[in-house]
Design a protein around this ligand. Structure first.
Ligand code: NAD
Ligand code: GLY
Length: 380
């Protein structure tokens, strides 16, 4: 199968994204690491599946890999300290590189450690979840969580290469695959109606990981992300285009923080968040009822949750959303949809419409639909 190659154009920080099936077996895909000393960070789930192949391809010893426990709760300050200790103990120099083999948790954590280790060393992303392949491995946002909010401690630090082997997705738990699809849909909703229609028509083949369709999915999403990151690398506080990639994330982060990290998957929370953003956009007179229905139907048909957790109240959303990084001059800014495929960052949303949206979703959510129940909805 062909390797699809995209470039993130950022001047001296530009880098390639390689996408295809079976890339991890071919040393040619790891040019960026040639002749470099490297250490690799991963988690126990990857150690059971793909780690040995990567070590073999890169001719690395098992002792060059640090295997952490998996999960969002490990994307923490404590774990970052542990990784940095390990890098120091290994005597890693500034010319060395750190390799992240895993999902967004490992990628964000490794990127953060690479950003601060000796004021910054190179790192390579090998994303192994759909979410990481279409989103988190590209764009250089690195972070750890804080009990007061997600990703509150972090740095922008671009990788020097991204190698997305779609074959790794075969071992991904179905719930994680569905969560990754939330970020895929996000691109269709915010930037590309043609992609949205293509996803509606080909959902079954994508979810079945048909090699052509899954590679095309990753490529189309990464192309949108690379273009936006190229325009606004650091998500300018004045509201550049990168903020639009956070469609559904402000509501979604509130759900994740309320539930405790690890209860709701990030993609599940974003899925519900996108339903809430679409509802508010409709109440503002922007997207049409039919577009709202189309968006919500596709999210539900993947088996993603469309309601917040039982018990979560509008006041919980207000309290947690107040800490959002998009808050400017004390005013919350939300990514909303003017139409399908056209997102805007707005501080001028109608407060009454927001209240009505929160009321509607919280009352419905009290009925008990959380991610565990929502994922039982059959795809198709
Ligand atoms: P994750 O990293 O927790 O991975 C999900 C689970 O799947 C983990 O248990 C992991 O061990 C396992 N896993 C990963 N790949 C596997 C494979 N191929 N086979 C079997 N198991 C596998 O979760 P995620 O959804 O990839 O990432 C979520 C994180 O990404 C969040 O912390 C979120 O904040 C972050 N994120 C960052 C950005 C960014 O721009 N940096 C963007 C979106 C999300
Ligand atoms: N996932 C949002 C961003 O990378 O900006």
């Amino acid at each position: 199968m062909t390797t699809r190659i995209l470039n993130v154009e950022l001047g001296s920080r530009s880098y390639p994204i390689r996408i295809g099936s079976g890339l991890l077996s071919d040393p040619a895909n790891f040019q960026a690491l040639r002749g470099r000393r490297a250490l690799l960070l991963t988690d126990t789930n990857l150690a059971g599946h793909h780690l040995n192949r990567v070590l073999e391809t890169l001719r690395m010893e098992p002792s060059q890999a640090l295997v952490l426990e998996p999960g969002e709760s490990h994307k923490s300050w404590d774990q970052a300290g542990r990784v940095l200790d390990w890098m120091l103990q290994a005597g890693l120099g500034r010319d060395a590189a750190l390799v992240a083999l895993g999902g967004g948790v490992i990628g964000d954590l490794a990127g953060f450690c690479a950003a601060v280790y000796q004021r910054g060393i190179d790192f390579v992303q090998i994303p192994t979840t759909l979410l990481a392949q279409v989103d988190s491995s590209v764009g250089g946002k690195t972070a750890v969580n804080h009990p007061r909010g997600k990703n509150l401690i972090g740095a922008f630090h671009q990788p020097i290469a991204v190698i997305a082997d779609t074959r790794t997705l075969a071992t991904l738990p179905p719930r994680e695959l569905r969560a990754g699809m939330a970020e895929v849909l996000k691109y269709g909703l915010l930037a590309d109606t043609v992609l949205f229609g293509w996803l509606e028509r080909n959902l079954d083949r994508i979810m079945a990981l048909d090699p052509q369709f899954i590679s095309e999915t990753v490529e189309r999403c990464c192309a949108i992300k690379a273009r936006i990151v190229g325009l606004d690398e650091r998500e300018s506080v004045s509201g550049g285009p990168r903020a639009l990639l956070n469609l559904g994330h402000t509501f979604g982060h509130a759900i994740e923080t309320y539930s405790g990290y690890g209860e709701w998957l990030h993609g599940e929370a974003v899925a519900t968040g996108m339903c809430m953003a679409a509802e508010l956009s409709h109440r503002m007179g922007w997207i049409k009822a039919a577009e709202l229905e189309r968006a919500t139907r596709l999210i539900g048909s993947i088996g993603l949750p469309t309601l917040p957790p039982a018990g979560m109240q509008p006041a919980d959303f207000h309290r947690i959303m107040g800490l959002d990084k998009k808050v400017k001059d004390g005013k919350l800014r939300l990514v909303l949809l003017r139409s399908l495929g056209e997102a805007v960052l707005s501080a001028d949303f109608d407060a009454t419409a927001l209240e009505a949206t929160l009321e509607k979703f919280c009352v419905a959510g009290t009925g008990g639909a959380g991610p565990a129940q929502a994922i039982a909805i059959p795809a198709g």
